[in-house]
Design a binder for this molecule. Structure first.
Ligand code: ZN
Length: 222
């Protein structure tokens, strides 16, 4: 088994307070990042599969490397399918614990992000950064670079970095000889479904009652 290390990405500002996790998939922005000039005619299409929802209350807030291992152990799909996990908070990643908003295998096929950060201004850059770790890219310091360890909105990839990406087994070819990466989003939830509150049930009952007492339309015969 290939040894995987973990790589964190941090934010300069504090992420919003914990909230229910949700999925954000900025496909157009990510396609643009993996089709930028340094790719030449070897662009990579980002493709998302259906969202898998997993009930795992203890993994909504990642606070230890053990929980990172646990969540990455939930991997769905083959080895060439990447899993994006969406949680409330990521507060641990291979010894890092300050201002972390995401953590990905380097290389590998799993990463986890805070859903609030993924929905934020630099959400596409966050997801692309972690995906690039999966593809084998290390950090590269510089505000314009996608692989800057702190998320500043840069998305530049060098020709050398593109060559590493294209050498990854995660990059597949479709029937039209087009390069693509298949990604399965995974949403971590506390429970599978919200139970309707009594007031909602009462309204529903009132609605049913109303429908039942509506005057029937008289039928006409010809
Ligand atoms: Zn990173």
């Amino acid at each position: 088994m290939r040894f995987k290390t973990l790589c964190a990405v941090a934010a300069l500002v504090f992420a919003p307070l914990a909230q229910a996790a949700f999925v954000t998939l900025p496909e157009t922005r990510m396609d643009a990042i993996f089709s930028q000039a340094s790719f030449g005619n070897r662009t990579v299409d980002i493709r998302f599969g259906p969202v898998t929802t997993i009930v795992a209350p203890t993994l909504l807030e990642i606070t230890s490397d053990a929980e990172i291992s646990e969540i990455f152990g939930l991997h769905s799909g083959g080895d060439n399918v990447v899993n994006f996990y969406f949680v409330d908070k990521v507060d641990a990643c291979s010894g890092f614990n300050t201002l972390i908003i995401g953590c990905g295998e380097f290389p590998g096929n799993d990463f986890v992000v805070e859903s609030g950060a993924a929905a934020g201004t630099f959400g596409a850059e966050l997801l692309a950064h972690e995906l690039a770790h999966n593809l084998g890219l290390p950090h590269r310091d510089g505000a314009d670079f996608l692989m800057n360890p702190v998320l500043l909105g840069g998305d530049d990839l060098s020709g050398a970095e593109v060559n590493i990406i294209l050498g990854s087994s995660l990059v597949q070819f479709d029937g039209n000889n087009r390069r693509f990466i298949q990604i399965n989003p995974v949403l971590i939830v506390e429970r599978l479904q919200q139970v309707p509150e009594p007031s909602t049930l009462a309204l529903l009952a009132a609605g049913v009652l109303f429908a039942g007492t509506r005057p029937r339309k008289s039928r006409t015969f010809e």
